[in-house]
Design a protein around this ligand. Structure first.
Ligand SMILES: [Cu+2]
Length: 544
């Protein structure tokens, strides 16, 4: 398909405004016909609500209605190259970015739609000698695309993370273009998802520079009257790792030692969001992060603001759940409703993170009567039935082998359990074996037949409290039923679930049903440098 390459001027202006770009021309930019909106008011937003000056939102790209057809198409160019980006509250950085901004554009679709993406790789050629094999960082200027959490095909040109979008081979060659075509199933849950590059070996370095964006699937939950009345606010959290304004090259296992995290919300450090007393906003919290699990509270000198969880990982809950603390581990999305209370400043803070993620200023004329919260929600997915489980349980153990760390790439991050990658030297010292439990692109760890419901238990032996190894499975969401053997009531759908360190043996148990799509995909730790170093397994969905 031809790419018109046209750039909406408004998009460019918005990108420039958000990202402080000095030059967008030449990035081969943004929309290719999809309606693009930035700071302009949206119909249906309350006057007190969003958008508002001072609080950034990513550029929004909307589906383009096709006459006579209910499902439609969202077409977008995602241009990746090094860009100078102004990060308000931090300063100017040079980073790999989508369309010159951080984060990339928010893509809004509906179930049944098709996402047509053109990827331009404008990065320099990969450095010579940068291909060190499957268990070391490699090819830092190659990427691909993962639609994190979406139940879509992992094959072909869809959510296929085994593809590589390589840069030009030599400076001066034309910039290569690649296509992604994702058909969103007609029964796909409405909710919050995200996209990011997921080429094994370069994922962590690219996420550390903020290469990520949000996908919103619109639908039933948006029609709940109390939610429809609430401002729809994207809160995309990126975790940047910068030294002298750049992501350091991933040249050893210790590459991030001493490199503090810079957390941004929609590309800014601690932006200020205005909320009126009695006003309800709907926040889409997106953990577009790779390194640190965030345990969030929203509090100020006059007390706390309650976050009412309405969705986890893109799946609407049966009813709002009032939460003092919201867990947002790397990769998670949590949608919450927040109502303005007593006037004053409140900070959204994460445990063990010095800087607030954002500040809420409750001020202005109260909304009277106060906006309501829904009593019930349209659940995004029916639960699975444990009586349908067949086959032996699968066990996955995230193992870190601390005895080997002096080496630059220590082969320390493994996946054990009952489907490990086999050892190269059976009978040897398995923990120090260069193959055992490490990712091998030629080995399928789990054959998963369509139509089957199975139970998995994932554990970690991590002793360090600051280290969380989130488990993420591609293509099919899973229903978490137990944590540390204790049943959850009700169980909760996830695509990524945290495994906190500090309590060796920490475990989660979930049910998963393999549905609709065949093909190879992956299961891995969402501390993405662990994934790049081998804490990953291959799954293959096959006809049942
Ligand atoms: Cu890990």
């Amino acid at each position: 398909m031809e790419d018109s390459g046209s750039i909406s001027r408004r998009t460019v202006l918005r990108a420039a405004a958000v990202a402080g770009l000095t030059a967008v021309a030449g990035t081969a930019g943004a929309g290719t016909g999809a309606a693009t909106t930035g700071g302009a008011p949206q119909p249906g937003f309350p006057q007190s609500g969003f958008p508002q000056p001072g609080f950034p939102q990513p550029v929004t790209v909307r589906r383009r209605p096709v006459p006579g057809r209910v499902p439609s198409v969202l077409e977008q160019v995602l241009d990746v190259r090094f860009a100078e980006v102004e990060v308000p509250g931090h300063g100017r950085i040079t980073t790999r970015a989508y369309n010159g901004a951080l984060p990339g554009p928010t893509l809004r679709v509906r179930a049944g739609d098709t996402l047509l993406l053109t990827h331009v790789n404008g990065l320099p050629p990969n450095p010579a000698g940068s291909d060190h094999g499957p268990r070391m960082p490699h090819r830092p200027n190659s990427f691909n695309l993962h639609t994190h959490g979406m139940h879509v095909s992992p094959a072909g040109h869809a959510d296929n993370v085994l593809r590589e979008f390589a840069p030009r081979a030599a400076a001066g060659d034309p910039e290569p273009r690649y296509r992604t075509v994702v058909h969103v199933p007609a029964d796909h849950p409405a909710g919050t998802y995200w996209y990011h590059p997921h080429l094994h070996g370069s994922t962590a370095e690219q996420l550390a520079g903020g290469l990520a964006g949000v996908i919103v699937v619109e639908g039933d939950v948006d029609e709940v009257p109390e939610i429809r009345a609430a401002a729809d606010v994207v809160v995309c959290v990126n975790e940047l790792k910068l030294r002298d304004g750049r992501v350091p090259a991933f040249t050893s296992g210790a590459w991030l030692t001493g490199v503090p995290s810079v957390f941004t919300v929609n590309g800014a450090v601690n932006p200020v969001l205005a909320l009126r007393p009695g006003e309800v906003q709907r926040w889409r919290l997106v953990g577009a992060t790779a390194f640190t699990a965030l345990s969030l509270r929203l509090a100020g000198p006059t007390g706390e603001l309650t976050m009412h969880r309405i969705a986890q990982d893109g799946v609407t809950l049966p009813a709002p759940v009032a939460a003092g603390t919201v867990e947002l581990v790397m990769g998670n999305r949590v949608d919450v409703l927040v109502r303005g209370g007593a006037p004053g400043r409140y900070e959204l803070r994460a445990e063990r993170v010095e800087q607030p993620l954002l500040t809420v200023e409750v001020a202005g004329e109260p909304v009277d009567p106060p906006m309501g919260l829904p009593a019930a929600l349209p659940p995004g997915r029916p639960p699975l039935d444990e009586r349908d489980v067949t086959g032996p349980d699968r066990e996955v153990v995230f193992h870190v082998d601390p005895g080997v760390f002096p080496q630059p790439f220590p082969d320390a991050f493994r996946v054990l359990g009952n489907h490990p990658t086999p050892p190269a030297r059976p009978g040897g010292d398995l923990r120090h074996d260069p193959a055992y439990g490490l990712y091998d692109p030629g080995y399928v760890n789990h054959l998963l037949p369509l139509g089957r419901t199975e139970r998995w238990t994932v554990r970690t032996g991590e002793t360090s409290p600051g280290f969380n190894h989130p488990f993420h499975l591609h293509t099919n969401p899973f229903l978490v039923t137990h944590r540390n053997g204790v049943r959850l009531d009700p169980p909760v759908w996830h695509d990524t679930v945290g495994l906190a360190g500090g309590h060796p043996g920490e475990s989660v148990t979930f049910l998963v049903r393999y549905e609709d799509f065949t093909g190879r995909a992956i299961a891995h730790c969402h501390q993405l440098h662990h994934e790049d170093l081998g804490m990953m397994q291959t799954v293959e969905y096959v006809e049942g």
